[in-house]
Ligand binder design. Sequence first.
Ligand code: PMP
Length: 351
Amino acid sequence: MSRFWSNTVKTLQPYVPGEQPRISGLIKLNTNENPYPPSPAVHAAIAAANDAALRLYPDSQASALREGIARYYHLTPAQVFVGNGSDEVLGLAFLALLKHEAPLLFPDVSYSFYPVYCGLYGIAYRTVALTADFRIAVDDYRQPCGAIIFPNPNAPTGGLLPLAEIEDLLQAQPDVPVVIDEAYIDFGGDSAVALIDRYPNLLVVQTLSKSRSLAGLRVGLALGHPQLIEALERVKNSFNSYVLDRPAQAGALAAFEDDAYFRQCRDAVINSRERLNAGLRERGFSVLPSAANFVLVTHSQYDAVWLAAKLRERAIVVRHLAQPRIAQYLRISIGTGVECDALLQALDTIL
Ligand code: PMP
């Protein structure tokens, strides 16, 4: 069998996804989903798309969805790209934009998919250390490189970089693509979308999985200069598999059109986050400042892996990530108020 394995495949370090338990009755705070259901308008749009239209192929350009997103962000459809989740969009961006001799830069504590893509596509990369208090220091990215990528807010720390610092970086590095992965931006930050018209090297990647409660539908997007978007389109169109299906196109458009519902759920998550932070601090945890729908926490007296196991015994799933600098931390997604209270009560039986 070994002759079927190329050396490249043997060296790949595939991503280890968070547990997606099948058993109901668990409080699932491990993969940063939204605890609230999507807008009722999304259900209606998907039901309509599931009807007779399912017989037909989808629009490979996703024109209606891209127009809707362009309206929402005051852009043109030529500045909008959509894919099956932002993981797919990021994968296409890595293929389209990041194949340089010079390395791609990203933080040493960051989204664990980045090194996986680099391995897969043979992209050289260099990690840039976060500061001692886990912040991104943009000045450290002013070095020769092929491209730059980081999440804002960063994941899994939750730390937010102000827009002014991103703008400084874009000015310092006008000739390299800068990809800002805004999976969590709606929970407390200003989007770099505002900078797109001034910086043709900026690509903003977003998802409907978090703030719009649609992780199961798989819709992500990229916003940027038409030339960057065209680069993504060219890679996408070189395959025949990256088209969004009809229910996804219809559901995603409906999600963007129901802004009142979006704001309501987002505000509820932010309120729960602040209450959960206070409760965790009262119980002796250090909580990193988070502008996302999760918090990264550590306890000076209890081991992180042991704590995660104790919570699992109490039907609560949180995430321990295998990154050396955060080995003693747990990432906890923000649930409903009731779920966050249940977590705190469970901790009272453990600590
Ligand atoms: N970027 C970051 C920073 C994430 O944490 C995630 C979710 N794991 C993604 C992108 C991908 O999300 P999705 O594919 O669901 O859009």
